[in-house]
Design a protein around this ligand. Structure first.
Ligand SMILES: Cc1cc2nc3c(=O)[nH]c(=O)nc-3n(C[C@H](O)[C@H](O)[C@H](O)COP(=O)(O)OP(=O)(O)OC[C@H]3O[C@@H](n4cnc5c(N)ncnc54)[C@H](O)[C@@H]3O)c2cc1C
Length: 469
């Protein structure tokens, strides 16, 4: 049994902590925010102060790999999510009307996701975790403790110091402090080399409003979860307890559209989109919640084949965070959490091997999803920005990008291509894994070659600007 300190009590930190505790380790979670777990999911939504998670009241969707992981490793958390009012959601209900073949296929259950407002989601994870693990809320960590090195020239982390000066030692430290984690600075303070870091502002602004149904019924889908228009996208997500969210997202350079912060303009835009207007038919339970300035950021803690430190690993948003246009953060974080637990299980007695194995697992299993997400974001923002400037849409730069574009057309008409596209957007398979399947690329090009791209009904750019005056 090892003593493991998990820094950060968000969804990813709590999941790592629960999985490790169930393997028999002694785990303590340190959480910066002081407020205790509320008594109910509704109280969590209304009153839980979670300053450490700035996106706490923004929409959250858990892709199918989260459901699968919970069913196999944390079934009581899945039950707690459903008890908290979260709902399962079958991605196949968003199949476009142009797809005439509606026959179910073997394995269709893989598309089932879970969705709920973030406070309800976090309430469920925390209520299960706190039954068996000490979660020290208000114990903010301020730095690392160093012990004798296990490999020459590489600092070995042996514990943490809290903001109040308490020193706590552990056999392994797990950093799950989210997108604001200061781990690189703390590592530098114990003499470590800097990790590799890549960061860019994603360039999106989000305007979200939540609604509640008076009859408990969430609006039905008439189109995809996310619909991409010329210079904005619309995202509709069912939540827990008869709630749902509607998000308009735009380029943060699109100053003319910043007025969407005003509920009057926001409502006018959503109401002008025929496949989305019915999502306004509920009681608004928030104002329009704006969010912007969100970074895509990736870190790597092995440089030139050598770990920057031993005794500590980084997981979830602290390792890499993406902007939420594709809602992938928690799913990537939990894939990473599971991989981390497997790495720790096999390497706890060898800190140097552990650091290398963590890097290798991360690069193989999760980094490709980070890269894929950033690529999709860049393509979308380039298209938004071209539309704002009145330039033609940028053309796909290479063959994989051309195939990706063709898939967007093909999935609107073909049942199998819809599933291919849903596998990618649901993080079930990477494009590079799918494109080597026999016949897939030919089928995409064949369908796309004979069909028109579907332009979603809604205001043109000109009409939109006119609406905002
Ligand atoms: C607007 C928006 C919408 C999003 N929508 C989705 C979505 O639909 N689906 C999805 O999967 N993801 C979504 N995400 C991403 C998702 O929120 C993150 O990926 C997820 O929260 C990462 O979990 P985490 O546990 O790694 O970090 P966090 O949830 O950020 O948790 C980190 C925790 O560490 C604590 N902490 C920080 N510093 C310290 C310290 N010094 N000592 C102790 N504790 C500390 C914080 O208080 C916090 O509780 C969205 C993100 C944004 C910004």
């Amino acid at each position: 049994m090892s003593r493991i300190l998990v820094l950060g009590g968000g969804v990813v930190g709590l999941s790592v902590a629960m999985m490790l505790a169930r393997q028999g380790h002694s785990v303590t979670v340190f959480e910066h925010d002081r407020k205790p777990l509320p008594r109910s999911p509704e109280e969590a939504w209304r009153a839980w102060e979670r300053r450490g998670v700035t996106q706490f009241r923004q929409p959250h969707y858990l892709h199918p790999p989260v459901r699968q992981l919970l069913e196999s490793h944390l079934p009581d958390v899945k039950e707690a999510l459903l008890r908290a009012g979260c709902v399962t959601f079958d991605r196949l209900v968003t199949m476009p009307p142009f797809v005439t073949d509606r026959t179910p296929r073997e394995g269709d259950e893989r598309f089932v996701a879970i969705t709920g407002r973030r406070p309800a989601v976090e309430y469920a994870f925390a209520s299960v975790a706190e039954r068996s693990i000490p979660v020290r809320r208000g114990a903010s960590v301020a730095g690392l403790l160093k012990g004798p090195s296990v490999a020459r020239g590489i600092p070995h982390v042996t514990g943490v110091r809290t903001l109040h000066g308490e020193e706590v030692s552990g056999d392994l430290i797990v950093d799950a402090m989210g997108r604001h984690s200061k781990l690189p600075n703390w590592l530098e303070a114990v003499g470590a080399r800097s990790p590799i870091e890549e960061a860019e502002i994603s360039g999106f602004m989000y305007y979200t409003r939540y609604f509640r149904s008076t009859a408990g019924v969430v609006p039905a889908y008439r189109t995809a979860l996310t619909t991409v228009f010329h210079s904005f996208s619309l995202l509709t997500l069912p939540g827990d307890a008869g709630t749902w969210s509607v998000t308009v997202f735009i380029s943060s350079d699109d100053h003319a559209l910043w007025k969407l912060r005003d509920p009057k303009f926001w409502t006018a835009l959503v109401g002008a989109c025929p496949l989305h207007a019915h999502w306004l038919d509920g009681e608004p339970i928030t104002d329009v919640l704006p969010m912007g300035g969100i970074l895509d950021r990736y870190r790597r803690f092995v440089v030139d084949g050598v770990p920057v430190a031993t005794g500590i690993v980084s997981v979830g948003d602290s390792w890499a965070c993406t902007n939420p246009a594709l809602g992938r953060g928690i799913t990537m974080g939990l894939m990473h959490a599971l991989g981390t637990v497997e790495v720790l299980q096999q390497n706890l007695d060898n800190p140097f091997a552990l650091a290398l194995a963590q890097d290798s697992m991360t690069e193989t299993r999760v980094t490709p999803w980070y890269r894929n997400t950033v690529d999709i974001d860049r393509t979308r923002i380039a298209r938004f920005n071209a539309s704002i400037d009145g330039r033609p849409e940028p053309q796909p730069a290479d063959l994989p990008a051309r195939i990706a574009d063709a898939l967007l057309v093909g999935m609107m008409y073909d049942a199998d291509l819809f599933r291919v596209s849903a596998e990618i957007s649901s993080l079930l398979a990477l494009p590079q894994e799918i494109m080597v399947r026999p016949g897939v690329v030919n089928r995409i090009m064949e369908v796309a070659g004979t069909r028109e791209a579907v332009i979603p009904p809604g205001p043109s750019r000109e009409e939109l600007l006119h609406m905002l005056v």
